[in-house]
Design a protein. Structure first.
Length: 68
């Protein structure tokens, strides 16, 4: 499904196609499950996008040392 989020870093709104259901999104937003438990099939970058709207590219720009 298409997931739209606004980046907490840049304020840019993006839409990304992710292999998730509306039910999963609802469970996460109601606080009934941890991000990694609700979306076990997603990468950490995809989960970060759902949580904060930050893309992997933005993460690398803001935290370049995180891959060293």
């Amino acid at each position: 499904m298409k997931v739209t989020r606004t980046s907490m870093v840049t304020g840019i709104t993006r839409t990304i196609e992710l292999p998730v259901t509306q039910e999963q999104i609802d469970v996460y937003h109601t606080g009934m499950g941890l991000l990694q438990d609700v979306f076990p099939n997603l990468t950490s970058g995809e989960r970060e996008f759902i949580k904060s709207g930050i893309t992997a590219e933005e993460w690398d720009l803001v935290f370049p040392e995180s891959h060293e």
